[in-house]
Design a protein around this ligand. Sequence first.
Ligand code: FE2
Length: 247
Amino acid sequence: MISFLTKFLKKSKPQKRRGLLVDIHSHLLPGIDDGSKTTYESVKMIKLYEKMGYKKLITTPHIMWHRYRNSSEIILEKLEYLKDALADHEVEIELEAASEYYLDENFAKLLEKKDILTFGENYLLFEMSYTRAPKDLREIVFDIETAGYKPVLAHPERYIFMHEDFGNYEELKELGVFFQLNLNSLAGQYSKNVQKIAMELAERGMIDFLGSDVHKISQLETLKKVLASQTLQQIFEKNDILNNRLL
Ligand SMILES: [Fe+2]
């Protein structure tokens, strides 16, 4: 664990470096959640992803009924709009959209209607309260799977209520939940505790996807450092990371 931590930010040898080509979690569609505010900002951020070597971005605006009342239609319409803007600026990176679904009543209705934006082969990205477990989490996971989707928990390291007992994570994995780690958690963007849990999940080989979860330009600076770090290379060695299969 300690060696894993101390190696963070040490640059890996370029010839051995494995790169991340696909991102599956970000907030880059302008003006529909707490991410990018303008088209200008979105284009600027996406150019930076391109510079860092990404080939495809699957951006995931929030659908969270008490804050961001988005729908598949709103997201897909905004996606087309942004793709046009990218073409105007000759940005060639591939852009797709899914959503980061908050587990609420609206989500249950969308699931029932199968009105869900997925990525890859039916992966469904979801999040929940950081402080309190949904009382019927097992049931919700079961409903997602029964509907034919593969549940991907966004940033498992950020749920404070799960930190005390690692069994919480093991239980979700046993239920078939995929884990998406936020890359910037490794650099301590959220808290020391979140960083520690992120490292531990990675050490135990429990990570399936890596995501940037970028909301604003400044977070891309941190992301750049994480992508160049030895820690990322160790994560690739210890975990079966699925991002690049989505190309
Ligand atoms: Fe997010």
